[in-house]
Design a protein. Structure first.
Length: 190
């Protein structure tokens, strides 16, 4: 029940933020569709809360609007904001093997976002490129990570980290036999 309430609240925030950002830029749904690669119908369903978008779709919309992921899914910014673990909305891939939990309140810092990622054993998650100038810092907390950025691959273990240009396609892959956990810091160029 709590997940359903959290998902409904997030769908409301995404719908409001999507509509507000689109109108502020004086963009039609067709123009936003061209900028994001997300169909006009899907954008309309998200704005009218008829569907809950996937993580990948949300990233495409944020990049197309030129806003941070947390700006798209979060509340209005405040001068002080506390995030409690029990209040965070965990985002899951459709196959439920990849989870992302925000670690910085939406009213936090515009230039960075931080997430706790978990990836099931022997699984992978492909991420679409983020906006120009976006960087990611990934720290392996437990397990292992095969990080594929463009045509470059690195094998990492607990305690290792990697920084890369997130405007390239990138894949998080857990080659291990147990779930792996990572911290992911996304840094936006302003």
């Amino acid at each position: 029940m709590g997940d359903e309430i959290g998902a409904a609240d997030m769908a409301r925030r995404v719908a409001e933020n999507l509509r507000d950002n689109r109108k502020r830029r004086d963009m039609s749904l067709d123009q936003l569709s061209q900028a994001t690669g997300v169909s006009r119908a899907a954008l309309s369903q998200i704005e009218t809360r008829k569907t809950n978008p996937t993580i990948g779709i949300l990233w495409k919309i944020a990049a197309g609007l030129g806003v941070t992921f947390s700006d798209l899914i979060g509340e209005a910014r405040l001068s002080l904001s506390v995030m409690r673990r029990e209040d965070t909305q965990v985002l899951r891939s459709t196959d439920r093997k990849f989870e992302s939990r925000p670690l910085v309140p939406a009213a936090g810092i515009n230039e960075i976002e931080m997430y706790e990622l978990s990836l099931a054993a022997r699984s992978r998650h492909a991420s679409d490129p983020h906006g120009p100038g976006t960087k990611e810092l990934v720290v392996v907390l437990s397990g292992s990570l095969r990080m594929i950025v463009g045509d470059h691959t690195d094998e990492l273990k607990a305690g290792d980290s990697v920084v890369f240009d997130a405007n390239l396609p990138h894949i998080y892959e857990n080659p291990g036999n147990t779930e792996a956990r990572y911290h992911d810091v996304i840094i936006y160029r302003r």
